[in-house]
Design a protein around this ligand. Structure first.
Ligand code: IVH
Length: 668
């Protein structure tokens, strides 16, 4: 046993070191493959010997499926905000105020102002024990499990001069490339896009499933350390110490002595920041000495020893030529502004998003208007205002823009539901763009994986060979070889690919149906809770919302989908063609109803099986696994080290606590 513990400890140590080399220093010394193999070895050992689990093991980076809850925690030191300015004059005023206030020599530290979401990390004896969001500055949400998955946040600090209690503050960001990737996936699934990386980062930190957080590749930048016995009295030197402890401090920080040096920093980064992998929206100017910071003090909101200089969002001005409308596969209609081409942040902009009718009305847009476009943190530029002066003697000014009343594709009058900002084309059955969009979704790789491109779909649709995705299964070899530029091989390949899709498992078929808000993960959750489509069709709103992560919005959309006869007929046609509408035999064979109607929370670590295995057993036996204790909880399956918060809550609510052996007897 001692040997195993030693082995686990040594792999952990090696992995912590490689993490630091890779994510903080950006200098990996082993290959990804070697890293992954070591990680796998560690996870295998930890699964086999759960008694050696550790919340700060490098394996926590992959996240876990235990549903998070985010208790509110008080900040020991309040998380203040910064006074903002857009004017260089006010930066000079700040410098002079500090000079007068201190009446002695002082130095300034200039840093980039990262545009993400702030976090407070608490390290005790070098170990990460808690991570809390800013909240209202006095109290925030405990998001520790999610933060543990962020690769460049050390779980254990390096070095022997780390103070016993240390509070580290910084910004959590989603790099541009992850942001673009995630939005691309969301667009494919017609899920609402994140407006900017900041929203994406803060939304991700609050996700219930830390495995999803782990997959989103968040990063941290550390800008402050607080605590007892800090190494020095200089903020700048302390940040350099933090870097040695393994924290990710930006190498852009500079010590300055005069306003001129501060302006050099501002001007340099105002250009250079565009080459950074993350968003910055200004620079932060701080007094370096901690004693001087204390002497200057704070107002109730802001420190007097720091100020933020914000960069102006880059703007361009252009003429609005027209507004066009696009229909998606769910019928949602989005307005797009077409502009006279103009250069903004180095790229030519021809189009800007207009969001919805309310946004158009708020701008009081007229065709021919000169409009201001900004990119800011967004990828798609937006119109922020109209130049009203230019409108006065503008002979090119046209009509006021009014939202389209008819579908741009099929001409059906659009509808706008109460309490919703979006317009829809209600002609789900007859609108060609919607139909083709649904077929394109149906065939995607992660759904039915049929190798057919959008042009072929349009061709087959125009020829009247397919009216919806179910008609793909009626296609014959002869139908295809007769088509222009279609040879025997491509016809055979398509027919084979369609035939092969009949064995795609139920959860992917469910995703392929294109029910609004039912992405891949939701489809998987639905499939295990309702192992056949018939059970799903019969499910009530209440039954649907009792499934983890399924809220009212998704549940209602599922009910609406099956309430439409045309979709029910579509499902029936797919069934007749032999698609999978039930969980596979193997999975079903092991199913029982021994825990039917019981809601069970899992807590602690276990001897006989892993938490994942217990979770699967609950579902297999008809029970529900939920992440936190509530009035609805029937049992807590408690292992060792059950969290004290859960224990207290359980005792208050009078929930029964059972051990592993009790549980295994229940499902025997
Ligand atoms: S110092 C009391 N430094 O900006 C001083 N903040 O507007 C606390 N931020 O909540 C903040 N980069 O989330 C500081 N280099 C930096 C920063 C930074 C980004 C964020 C931080 C803070 C907000 C204040």
């Amino acid at each position: 046993m001692e040997k195993i513990k030693e082995k686990i400890d040594s792999i952990r140590k090696v992995l912590h070191e490689h993490n630091y080399n890779y994510y903080v220093l950006s200098q990996p010394v082993i290959s990804d493959f070697e890293f992954d193999s070591l990680m796998k070895e560690l996870i295998d050992l930890e699964t086999e010997y759960p008694e050696f689990r550790d919340p700060n093991s490098p394996s926590v980076r992959v996240g876990s499926d235990i549903s998070n809850n985010f208790p509110q925690v008080n900040h020991r030191y309040p998380m203040l905000s910064l006074q903002n300015t857009y004017s260089e004059g006010e930066v000079t005023d700040f410098f002079n105020r500090v000079k007068k206030g201190l009446n002695e020599e002082f130095e300034i530290v200039c840093e980039l102002k990262y545009d993400g979401t702030s976090i407070s990390l608490i390290y005790e004896k070098g170990s990460l024990v808690r991570a809390v969001t800013r909240g209202d500055g006095r109290m925030g949400d405990d998001v520790t499990d999610n933060v543990r998955t962020i690769r460049n946040i050390p779980l254990i600090l390096k070095g022997d001069d780390v103070p016993d209690y240390l509070e580290v503050r910084g910004e959590i960001l989603m790099p541009w490339n992850s942001f673009e990737q995630i939005n691309k996936e969301r667009e494919e699934q017609e899920e609402p896009l994140f407006a900017n990386p900041r929203n994406a980062a803060s939304g991700t930190l609050k996700l219930l499933d830390s495995r999803v957080v782990a997959s989103r590749r968040l990063e941290s930048y550390i800008y402050n350390i607080t605590g007892d016995n800090l190494p020095t009295d200089s903020h700048y030197d302390n940040l350099n110490h933090a870097l040695k402890w393994g924290l990710n401090v930006s190498d852009s920080i500079r010590r300055c002595k005069s306003p001129e040096e501060i302006f050099d920093f501002i001007n340099y980064w105002n250009v250079e920041r565009k080459n950074l992998p993350v968003t910055t929206d200004g620079i932060v100017i701080k007094v370096d000495s901690l004693i001087q910071q204390r002497n200057l003090g704070s107002t109730s909101k802001f420190p007097r020893w720091a100020i933020a200089y914000k960069f102006n969002a880059e703007q361009a001005i252009s003429r609005l030529e027209s507004v066009t409308y696009q229909v998606g596969r769910t019928g949602a209609v989005t307005p797009v502004a077409n502009l006279e081409p103009v250069i903004l942040s180095g790229t030519t902009v021809k189009r800007a998003s207009l969001y919805n009718e309310d946004a158009i009305n708020a701008l009081d847009l007229h065709i021919g208007d000169m409009v201001y476009v900004e990119k800011g943190g967004e990828i798609i530029p937006k119109i922020t205002a109209v130049n009203l002066e230019a409108r006065q003697d503008n002979f090119m000014i046209g009509d006021k823009v009014r939202f389209a009343s008819k579908c741009p594709d099929c001409g059906t009058p659009l509808v706008r539901n109460e309490d919703e900002a979006a317009h829809y084309c209600p002609n789900t059955e007859g609108c060609p763009t919607q139909i083709k969009g649904r077929i394109e979704h149906f065939v995607t790789r992660r759904a039915m994986n049929i190798t057919i491109g959008p042009e072929t779909i349009t061709l087959l649709y125009d020829k009247g060979l397919i009216k919806d995705a179910s008609n793909l299964y009626n296609l014959k070899f002869e139908d295809l070889v007769g088509l222009e530029r279609w040879g025997e091989t491509s016809a055979r390949n398509l027919i084979d690919s369609i035939e092969k899709s009949k064995s795609v498992p139920y959860e992917r078929v469910l995703f392929a149906l294109g029910i609004r808000f039912v992405g891949e993960t939701v489809a998987q959750k639905l499939a295990s809770a309702f192992p056949s489509i018939d059970l799903l069709i019969q499910a009530t709103l209440e039954q649907l919302t009792s499934v983890e992560e399924i809220g009212n919005r998704i549940a209602q959309s599922i009910i609406d989908f099956f309430a439409k006869p045309e979709f029910m007929e579509f499902v029936q046609r797919l069934k007749d063609h032999g698609l999978q509408f039930e969980l596979s035999e193997d999975i079903l064979a092991a199913k029982t109803e021994k825990l039917k109607g019981l809601s069970i929370v899992i807590s602690g670590t276990f001897k006989h099986h892993s938490r994942d295995e217990y979770k699967a057993m609950i579902l297999q036996n008809g029970g529900k696994n939920s992440g936190s204790v509530s009035k609805k909880t029937d049992y807590i399956l408690a292992g060792e080290n059950m969290g004290p918060a859960k224990l207290e809550k359980a005792q208050k609510q009078g929930v029964k606590i059972i051990c592993e052996e009790d549980f295994l007897k229940m499902i025997e």
